[in-house]
Design a protein around this ligand. Structure first.
Ligand code: NDP
Length: 246
């Protein structure tokens, strides 16, 4: 389990859910890990404690992904604390499920700022700091492949942008041996999408595996893409959606 020993990773939005599980999974495999978060300082501190309990270095920074300047500064601070950067997991994101006529332009600005602009800024700041052979893993969504019902316009639009970011970065960073891939989770039981939430029953009807996934199941895919067995995988997508798209 030490395949990432000596690697330095940054996970945006690492205080809860998929990001927290990914940060711990990377540390379990040997990496030192920095996370960013928006407002959950206690949860972020707990994740850092878990990382440190595994014998790795952990750091947490309060960085609003909706503020692109702050995101760049957060990447810089994380790389300085870690002493370099090998892995960026572009995970921070917000949901927005409502009919298009109910969503305001302020909603659009906020979702695009966090899910798209913030992810772009994190990637941009990471590029000059990432080691050759490094990894970028971006969080998309199964709704970029198949929209199961109404209410997804803004969220699906924002997550579809991540595909363009990921594939283009694969082309741009390939000469340095840096890979860029996107992970598309299906319904994952987190605060964003609880398995007992109001939209849960409808989501279950779309799945081949009739259950929500766990953050650990997505983290396993992300750590695979960050690890030594994924050196020739770039510009592609890994879908962990219980068959949502099937
Ligand atoms: P959660 O809501 O459970 O956790 C979100 C994490 O992102 C938290 O750590 C939160 O920090 C952080 N975050 C949110 N907004 C910001 C911000 N403005 N700046 C910095 N950090 C922020 O989400 P999930 O774990 O469920 O989702 C993680 C990613 O996976 C997202 O990109 C999401 O779109 C995607 N995804 C999730 C699916 C699901 O079913 N759960 C399905 C498909 C994709 P804080 O704790 O401080 O608020």
């Amino acid at each position: 389990m030490n395949e990432l020993l000596g690697k330095k990773a940054l996970v945006t939005g690492g205080s809860r859910g998929i990001g927290a599980a990914t940060a711990v999974a990377l540390a379990e495999r040997g990496a030192d890990v920095a996370i960013t978060y928006h407002s959950s300082a206690d949860a972020a501190a707990s994740v850092v404690k878990e990382i440190e309990a595994l014998g790795r270095r952990g750091f947490a920074y309060a960085v609003d992904s909706g503020d692109a300047v702050a995101v760049g500064d957060g990447v810089r601070r994380a790389a300085e604390s870690l002493g370099g950067l090998d892995i960026l997991v572009n995970n921070a994101g917000v949901g927005a499920i409502a009919p298009i006529t109910d969503l305001t332009l302020e909603d659009v600005d906020r979702v695009i700022a966090v899910n798209v602009r913030g992810a772009y800024a994190a990637a941009q700041a990471a590029v000059p700091r990432l080691s050759d052979g490094g990894r970028m893993i971006h969080l998309g969504s199964c709704v970029t492949g198949r929209v199961p019902g109404p209410g997804m316009t803004l969220y699906a639009m924002s997550k579809s942008a991540m595909t363009g970011l990921s594939t283009s970065l694969a082309r741009e960073l390939g000469p340095r041996g840096i890979t860029s891939n996107i992970v598309h989770p299906g319904p994952i039981d987190t605060d964003m999408n609880p398995a007992d939430g109001p939209f849960a029953a409808a989501q279950l009807t779309n799945l081949a595996l009739p259950r929500f996934g766990t953050s650990a199941e997505v983290a396993a895919a992300i750590t695979y893409l960050a690890g030594p067995n994924a050196t020739y995988i770039t510009g592609t997508a890994l879908t962990i959606d219980g068959g949502h798209t099937a």
